[in-house]
Design a binder for this molecule. Sequence first.
Ligand code: 6PG
Length: 245
Amino acid sequence: MRDIIVFESKEAFSRDAAYRFSALAARKEWQNDPFRVALTGGSSPVELYRQLACIPFVDTIAWDNVELYFGDERAVPVDSDDSNFKQAHTLLLSHLPIPDSNIFRIQGELPPEEAAQRYEADLREGFALAAGELPGFDLILLGMGPDGHCASLFPHKPSLHVTDRLVVASEPGLAPFVPRITLTLSVLNAAANVFFMVEGTAKAERVAQILQGPPAPDDLPSQSVQPANGELLWLLDKGAASRLA
Ligand code: 6PG
């Protein structure tokens, strides 16, 4: 099922995302299952990370039951300002009462293909996957780039079409122009919940093409994110929604 919700501001949709994160985490705790989340990079999740790092969320979420993975990473050292892990660590992870063993980062400092293989192995182990099984994330957070990409799945790149891997090395379509490591579409579409968070009029036309335009899977990777048995939620500010019919 797909829902689109429009908010006054990025602060407002980030607050909403934080409450939804908290509710999903509580349900998994009650079910005695870990809450497994894939984080994203870019500017879109910054406010959500700030909010999750503050009260009430920092105190009320059972962080020791949360497992934090990443949807994609840039092939840079972990202390680079371009590292998605560094951003998440600075804004969120370093503030949380979460065991290090619950955090699964992509090793961007390695050659990208090696990092992809290692991360795929981490997923197989963490989710106890049998051959051919996909990891079922409880929540995948995504931003959408101005070209319609998400995670590091860029328009017209071969990584978009990989169906026999969980994680691949991919080519950048936008700055920073460094190789990437990304979950594949198959993994994104096996999630129970996917939240897209998009801000600003600069992305409004692309949002309208993705949500209301004809299918264009090679041009608009984000359009192909349609979880088979999960909930897809687009959280937009007024600017990003301004071209929707
Ligand atoms: C990355 C991200 C990427 C990001 C989009 C949107 O590593 O760059 O994971 O998919 O979410 O590019 O980025 P902005 O939020 O900065 O526009």
